[in-house]
Design a protein around this ligand. Structure first.
Ligand SMILES: NC(=O)c1ccc[n+]([C@@H]2O[C@H](COP(=O)([O-])OP(=O)(O)OC[C@H]3O[C@@H](n4cnc5c(N)ncnc54)[C@H](OP(=O)(O)O)[C@@H]3O)[C@@H](O)[C@H]2O)c1
Length: 259
């Protein structure tokens, strides 16, 4: 009888010891998890404050920071491109606006010059045409120190139609605008940036780079191309700021498709 009582006591003691050990391990897991969550929240709050508060309080000297007084923005007369052009001008950059419609280019250039003490230059170019346009763009960039390039131009093409129904011209246009323009424009500015060891290249991709949307498969594929070109450029030119923005639906595209 005494033996079985002792055994039960011993068993209970052992179980209590194990429970203490488990509790200790779980406490450490909890502490690590809490630390991770706290750091994550602090990081997000910091990023939010920097983006929405600090950036509005501080005017940066972008020409000095990126080693050139000029910024080139493709697809600069509407939406995200126009917003970039305006914001860069606000921070002291002269702007070269590259886009398709002459009248819109003139209006945006005038609007920017009216608001900020910067120079603007316009280059009318239709990126859907492909390779032949870059000689002319290159002439406009000659003799200018390009500190920032924003590869923004992009189209959805024959969006929301079956690929089988997409006109062949639309397929080539989308590839020329969304894919070819990114390396072609980068090639024009990279030698100067490398020589100065300063510069920024901003590639505007899309959240579509991570989705495979059946009616938008060519658009999604084009943005995956943009992502991988971006990553390669980033790896090879760590002295430059090479950054990628992958917006979700905003502005005109969102409105057009009711997103
Ligand atoms: N808005 C969104 O919801 C969203 C979401 C994800 C990613 N993005 C990406 O963000 C970038 C900008 O989108 P957005 O919505 O701001 O564009 P947007 O408002 O439609 O503006 C497009 C700009 O590109 C120009 N453009 C269009 N086709 C051109 C061509 N063939 N040659 C030269 N210029 C041309 C337009 O000029 P014209 O008017 O003269 O043609 C306009 O200045 C794109 O790369 C897009 O894929 C946008």
């Amino acid at each position: 009888m005494a033996v079985s009582v002792d055994s039960a006591r011993w068993l209970i003691n052992e179980m209590v010891k194990v429970a203490w050990q488990v509790e200790e391990v779980l406490s450490w897991v909890g502490i690590f998890y809490l630390g991770k969550v706290t750091l994550g929240v602090a990081w997000e709050v910091g990023t939010g404050l920097r983006t929405h508060l600090w950036s509005k309080m501080v005017t940066r000297d972008l020409p000095r920071e990126y080693g050139g007084r000029w910024a080139v923005v493709t697809g600069a007369t509407d939406g995200i491109g126009k917003a970039y052009a305006t914001e860069l001008a606000k921070n002291g950059m002269n702007i070269i606006l590259v886009s398709r419609t002459q009248e819109k280019l003139e209006n945006v250039a005038q609007e920017i010059r009216g608001r900020y003490a910067v120079e603007t230059e316009i280059v009318r170019a239709d990126f859907s045409v492909g390779r032949t346009i870059y000689d002319d763009i290159s002439k406009h960039l000659e003799g200018k120190e390009i500190g920032i390039l924003v590869n923004n131009v992009g189209v959805a093409g024959s969006a929301l139609c079956l690929f089988i129904d997409a006109p062949e011209d639309d397929i080539w246009a989308l590839v020329n605008v969304n894919v070819a323009s990114v390396p072609a424009m980068t090639k024009l500015v990279l030698p100067g940036m490398i020589a100065r060891r300063k510069g920024a290249i901003v590639n505007i991709s899309s959240a579509a780079e991570i989705f495979s949307l059946p009616l938008l498969q060519l658009y999604c594929a084009s943005k995956v191309g943009c992502l991988h070109f971006h990553r390669g450029t980033l790896t090879m030119h760590s002295q430059l700021l090479v950054t990628l923005a992958a917006p979700q639906a905003t502005g005109p595209i969102a409105c057009r498709y009711g997103l």
